[in-house]
Design a protein around this ligand. Structure first.
Ligand code: DP6
Length: 327
């Protein structure tokens, strides 16, 4: 039996992260071990807050998202709690609140599972350093492990487990991210499912994995040297390679829409004008433009005026997952 917290309740917050060298592929689906490393930016203006309360008398787990009962994610949340505490744990009431659209390619699973693991382990009275909590979160959603760390984060994938470290703190190289939201509804194919399909059917998958270490080395060095142009080159290329793997699946996985292409073209045009900016796109149709702070207003204005872009969200680099005060 775990040493339960007195009131078996805890709260946590985590920020989503977006990858510049992508995680796309699993070495082991059973323990959700990534097939290769990745490098990401933890954001500061988007957040997910999670409350977890266990009750001995409760018969079922429940999940509400932004105040509305949610059955779609409940299974994954319950499986995460089972993994942390065993299947004979008390049932939980879980409440999640985010200030951005979920399951729409805005990395909501990274912040959600990071905050969930942080709150659930505290509610259960379990300890754990940052790396062990990150590993636990990664077993539920690979990208969630990175949200335990601030700023620019590298995840390395070993044969049995992952390792993580902060390559540059949030204030060390204060990059800005301008997200062009082109669609806010949930995506048709989840990233986990699309990765498994990629490994099974894309002729590019093996080559994609073979080149990941080289991209990771190039990106890490670019960050350490604060060489924006080199980071831009490796990140855009890595993103396009990942989407090429998806497009060559059977059946294909295409997350982009017309406005995605328009927003990419806006970023390319800005770059031709000498503006320090590059794009990346995850498992969804949103375009994330990464730029130096002085370029942020211009990038946001141009993306906001791009046909089909519904909203722009501006962010800096943020902190790792943390507990919130109990009420
Ligand atoms: C395209 O972390 O959502 O955003 O481990 O199956 O939950 P699961 O996958 P998830 O995948 C993220 C994929 C990506 C790239 C990235 O964040 O590195």
């Amino acid at each position: 039996m775990t040493p339960w917290n007195e009131n078996m309740r805890a709260y946590a917050v985590a920020q989503p992260n977006i990858a510049l060298v992508k995680y796309w592929g699993k070495r082991d689906t059973g323990i959700n071990l990534p097939a290769a490393g990745s490098l990401s930016l933890t954001l500061d203006s988007l957040w997910t807050k999670m409350s977890v309360e266990f009750a001995d008398e409760a018969e079922f787990d429940t999940l509400s998202v932004n105040g509305v009962p949610n059955s779609t994610m409940l299974e994954r949340v319950a499986a995460c709690l089972d993994r942390l505490l065993g299947a004979s744990r008390p049932k939980a009431t879980v409440g999640s609140e985010s200030n951005f659209p979920i399951a729409a390619g805005l990395a909501s699973s990274s912040s959600a599972f990071a905050a969930l693991v942080m709150a659930a382990t505290r509610a259960a009275g379990l300890g754990g350093d940052t790396l062990s909590l990150a590993r636990l979160a990664g077993a539920s959603s690979g990208s969630a492990a990175r949200s335990f760390y601030e700023g620019i984060v590298e995840l390395t994938a070993g044969d049995r487990e992952i390792d993580l470290h902060c390559v540059a703190g949030a204030s060390e190289w204060p990059l800005r991210i301008v997200i062009a939201v082109t669609e806010s509804g949930p995506k048709a194919t989840g990233s986990g499912e699309a990765m498994i399909r990629s490994a099974a059917t894309s002729p590019f998958y093996r080559t994609w994995l073979e080149r990941q270490d080289a991209d990771l080395d190039a990106a890490r060095t670019a960050v350490t040297d604060q060489d924006f142009d080199r980071l831009a080159d490796v990140a855009e290329r890595n993103c396009l390679k990942m989407h090429s793997v998806m497009w060559t699946c059977r059946p294909p996985v295409v997350y982009w829409n017309g406005a995605t292409l328009n927003a990419m073209e806006t970023v390319r045009a800005l770059r031709r004008e000498g503006v320090p900016v590059f794009f990346t796109i995850d498992a969804g149709p949103q375009v994330k433009a990464v730029c130096l702070p002085a370029a942020c207003d211009k990038v946001a204005a141009r993306l906001g005026a791009t046909e089909g872009v519904r909203q722009v969200i501006v962010s800096g680099l943020g902190s790792g997952a943390r507990l919130l005060d109990q009420d």
